[in-house]
Ligand binder design. Structure first.
Ligand SMILES: *[C@@H]1O[C@H](CO)[C@@H](O)[C@H](O)[C@H]1NC(C)=O
Length: 431
């Protein structure tokens, strides 16, 4: 079977705007996958392509002046690959992200492949394409399915040379966005035992709207996968015909949101370390299905404590001070010893960084770690010894400190000396 894959790698070129709508233009690369050359595996060929989203709704406050006009080539060229996609008939989530990607110098990665609806024969009319859009550095990604629209053919109609599809008068491949699945998160952090919402949504063209919708959430981690949640529903009667399987206990979805707005976000409660992984949201609607992947990271900040409340130095031997970091996740915690003498204005890294215990892992898969520092008797009294802990779950490093007191023996001797002097004094007085 021959599969044509079109990968559009590009970023914003231009945009034409009028009356609250704009055209969004992506400069792309077409990649075809198919016949292996010289008996080798499948090879990819890359060809530049362009994708124009027509009539994307723009917020009224949007300044349209900076946007220039997209002009199709004056002479239609059958070798150019110019997709024109109507989005006015479906809501187009992320339009604002795409509109501003250029200004914000964010690269838009866009990948198109030929798409075969379920149960269809290859090469059927209309043709379908799947477009994956990812904006670098932005929490948005989307997969769209394009369906070619009818071109009135006459003797002047050109055929696109690579795809074998008829071009419009202006040399474009006219299509409509008929189905899309999107997410406003690529990666999400959840606190241990907390609750997390994994965002996913879909939109479909009314013309091809299917009432039967299937939603499946799967989880994958280190090559292993399992189902988390699935729902089969009918959009006209969400109550009566909805079948839900929450494979993971404590996973839920709002059925009214599914029928109402295509909101297929899933909520996981009592998050455990074992919930960490990639979550795949697959929406199936009639002949079409598309998915989104969201990474879930579990984070739990360490509980930090010091072994001593006060540090009274001995005269000869060093005094041990321990800093304990407990029940944190993930593993990468960093501990650092600092000191600040009464004359210092800022803490300085302590010359000795102590010795670390090995990591201990608890039954909830969180970790603990301790650092033991030998504080030498040479440290001047009044100095603060600080344990500073950094961890991804902490916004800023956490510091605990203890102040060094002068050696105990000295004060003991002073008290003893004072007592002796006093006793002698009174003894003399009473004679
Ligand atoms: C989608 O549904 C969830 C509840 O399942 C809700 O928390 C969230 O706000 C909804 N998202 C939107 C965009 O309405």
């Amino acid at each position: 079977m021959m599969i044509t894959e079109v990968v559009l790698f590009g970023y914003f070129m231009t945009c034409v705007c009028a009356d609250g709508v704009a055209d969004v233009v992506l400069s792309c690369t077409l990649v075809e996958d198919g016949v292996g050359h010289h008996g080798m595996g499948a090879a990819f060929t890359r060809t530049p392509a362009t994708l124009v989203f027509k009539d994307v709704a723009v917020a009224p406050e949007e300044s349209l002046e900076t946007l220039t006009q997209f002009v199709p080539p004056s002479v239609p060229d059958p070798d150019l690959i110019l997709f024109e996609a109507q989005v006015s008939s479906v809501e187009f989530p992320g339009a604002d992200v795409l509109l501003h990607a250029d200004c914000n110098e964010q690269e838009v990665m866009c990948e198109i492949s030929r798409y075969a609806p379920r149960g269809s024969q290859g090469g059927s009319d209309p043709a379908y394409f799947m477009v994956s859009i990812n904006v670098e550095g932005v929490e948005f990604s989307s997969v769209l399915i394009l369906q070619t629209t009818v071109v009135e053919k006459d003797h002047t109609t050109l055929m696109q040379s690579k795809l074998g599809l008829p071009l419009s008068q202006s040399g474009c491949l006219p299509t409509e966005v008929i189905f899309l699945v999107f997410s406003h998160v690529k990666s999400v952090n959840a606190p241990l035992s907390g609750e997390v919402l994994l965002n996913c949504g879909f939109k479909q063209h009314e013309k091809v709207s299917s009432l039967d919708v299937g939603i499946e959430w799967r989880m994958q981690h280190r090559g292993k996968g399992h189902k988390v949640f699935d729902m089969k529903t009918r959009l006209d009667d969400a109550e009566g015909n909805t079948v839900v399987h929450a494979e993971r206990t404590g996973s839920s979805m709002d059925a009214s949101g599914v029928a109402g707005e295509g909101n297929v976000s899933v909520t996981l409660n009592k998050v455990q370390v074992s919930d960490e992984g990639s979550y795949i949201c697959t929406v199936t609607s009639g002949l079409f299905h598309a998915q989104q992947v969201i990474q879930l990271h579990v984070t739990q900040p360490p509980h930090v404590s010091l072994s001593e409340e006060k540090l009274v130095l001995k005269k000869e031997s060093p005094q041990t001070l321990s800093c304990h970091c407990s029940n944190y996740y993930p593993l990468d915690a960093q501990m650092e010893w600092l000191s600040m003498s009464p004359t210092d204005t800022e803490p300085a890294v302590f010359p000795d960084q102590g010795s670390l215990s090995s990591h201990r892992q608890h039954s909830d898969r969180t970790y603990s770690l301790s650092s033991h520092l030998a504080v030498p008797p040479t440290v001047p009294p009044g100095t603060k010894i600080i344990c500073r802990v950094s961890h991804p779950a902490l916004d800023a490093p956490l510091s605990l400190s203890v102040e060094v007191k002068s050696p105990e023996q000295d004060s003991y001797l002073i008290v003893l000396g004072f007592l002796i002097v006093t006793v002698i004094f009174f003894y003399n007085l009473m004679r």
